[in-house]
Design a protein around this ligand. Structure first.
Ligand code: HEC
Ligand code: HEC
Length: 435
């Protein structure tokens, strides 16, 4: 029999975005013998892309694909070129029967070497969901990302031109802040929280340890105007930027005219931060079948799944939810976390679950940077949990880890280090811009 698959917009984007593999889950084909599938894209056009036979490998260049696939239901060649294929790299589809599950089949469609339809600039890693950031309101462009990159590194964003975003979010520590527990801002004022690492922000829709902010585009306003961080105002920054020829030229290139506005500044900063995608750690390579864990890492992974994954969920290593993970309150800082935002006692001591990607470099840990070592964190989960009415039910039963387990779990956590991210040249200080 023939199974006709209609692919939803978010899946269609995924297929046409260059993520290497796309998996249809077993349940779709429950007990059915599948010979071929027809792939429809409902976005950006509601059309049939083609029909593909199981077991056959399709590896075609654009021209051949266009000429041999039967039904395009009126898609013009121009549309096809624009949305479905990356011309330079060509196109390949592999449809194969993978494994027989009790439920049915898993079919893997692998689409190689071409990139996301709406943006070449943000490839979606294999197996990840569609980003939550609404790119239609701020479509990525190279020129805008470059402005964001310059702004992120430029102390002009602070009142006295001394502090930039990088002062607290340094690339080599996964855009966290490692030398102090709490962040240091303008006039060496000490903040009240630890600067979190920044990555995979396109998949995140709550920001700050307590979730006080709901949109990346407004996030930057907080540090800019915070008296202890950058102590400036967006209006003041816009005035300063407007006078600088290199920014005028860059805004003209990116936005069509040289006008610097607050909105453009904030959106450009978002654009740059949205490119912070960390998905090439050893863990990711293992998941893609490119390498394997050592027995120690593998054991650590099992322990992780048992004890930690319910909150630090793969593949982002966070659910972005708020939980109380049993930290006793610091009586000097008196930071009650989420309760500050919602005013509800039931949210006391709940903080946004941070990602564990690149955790090797993003110390110190927790909202107040109270722990310097991974070992301190593990000891907290083993014997430091403070019971309270808001303690997460997931932590009510004690976490039991032997000293060998701790070593193995740490070995696993270190597989989340992504050197390609930490040393990605595209994030570094844009020397040429400031020349
Ligand atoms: C003085 C240090 C400091 C500076 C400068 C700073 N930040 Fe931050 N940043 C922090 C701290 C601390 C937090 C967490 C604050 C909180 O939870 O209340 C944070 C949070 C964030 C977050 C939210 C991350 C998350 O996962 O919730 C983003 C995004 C961010 N900063 C971007 C920026 C940008 C862009 C700039 C420059 C315009 C900047 N920061 C400047 C210290 C700083
Ligand atoms: C109930 C949910 C939950 C479980 C289970 C959990 N965590 Fe956490 N974890 C959190 C929350 C919430 C935070 C942030 C708390 C804060 O800063 O106040 C956190 C913070 C961390 C941090 C610090 C990250 C940073 O950037 O500061 C590490 C490391 C960590 N957890 C590791 C683990 C490990 C390893 C396990 C399993 C042994 C685990 N967690 C289990 C919720 C959880």
């Amino acid at each position: 029999m023939k199974v006709v698959l209609s692919i939803k917009p978010e899946f269609a984007n995924k297929i046409f975005d260059g993520s290497k593999k796309f998996e249809f889950r077993k349940s779709i084909f429950k007990n059915k013998e599948v010979q071929s599938i027809i792939v429809y894209a409902s976005s950006p056009v509601q059309k049939v892309i083609g029909e593909f036979e199981i077991g056959k490998i399709y590896h075609q260049d654009l021209e051949t694909l266009w000429n041999t696939t039967k039904d395009y239901s009126g898609i013009s060649k121009e549309y096809f070129d624009k949305y479905f294929v990356n011309k330079e790299k060509g196109f390949a589809i592999q449809v194969k029967k993978m494994k027989k599950y009790i439920l049915g089949f898993t079919i893997t469609l692998a689409f190689f070497a071409f990139k996301r339809a709406h943006s070449d600039l943000l490839p979606i890693p294999e197996g990840w969901t569609t980003p939550v950031y609404d790119f239609s309101k701020n479509p990525l462009s190279k020129a805008k990302i470059e402005i964001g990159r310059a702004l992120f590194h430029d102390p002009i964003l602070s009142a006295d031109n001394t502090i930039s975003c990088v002062s607290c979010h340094s690339q080599f520590t996964a855009f966290a802040h490692t030398d102090h527990r709490l962040s240091h801002g303008i006039h060496d004022k000490i903040g009240t929280r630890n600067a979190p690492s920044l990555m995979n922000l396109a998949w995140q829709n709550v920001f700050m340890w307590d979730g006080a902010i709901h949109h990346l585009d407004v996030q930057s306003l907080a540090p800019i105007s915070h008296p202890d961080e950058m102590g400036a105002s967006i209006e003041h920054i816009v005035k300063k930027l407007q006078k600088l020829p290199h920014y005028q030229t860059a805004f003209e290139k990116a936005y069509g005219d040289s006008l610097v506005t607050g909105e453009r500044v904030l959106k450009s900063l978002s654009q740059f931060m949205l490119t912070f995608v960390s998905a090439n750690s050893k863990y990711d390579k293992v998941k893609r079948g490119e390498t394997t864990f050592t027995p120690q890492e593998q054991n650590g992974y099992v322990l992780f799944q048992k004890n930690c994954n319910s909150c630090h969920q793969e593949p982002l290593f966070t659910t972005h939810k708020f939980e109380n993970n049993g930290l006793p309150i610091d009586t000097i800082l008196n930071d009650w976390g989420r309760m500050k935002v919602t005013q509800k006692a039931s949210d006391a001591m709940k903080f946004k679950i941070p990602t564990l990607r690149n955790i090797e470099f993003s110390y110190p840990y927790m909202h107040d940077g109270r722990f310097r070592k991974i070992n301190d964190v593990l000891n907290h989960y083993i014997k430091g949990i403070e019971n309270s009415p808001t303690l997460s039910p997931k932590l009510k039963t004690p976490t039991i880890l032997t000293s060998n387990d701790k070593v193995d779990l740490t070995a696993f956590l270190l597989t989340l280090t992504d050197k390609d991210f930490l040393f990605n040249r595209d994030y570094m200080y844009p020397r040429d811009f400031f020349k």
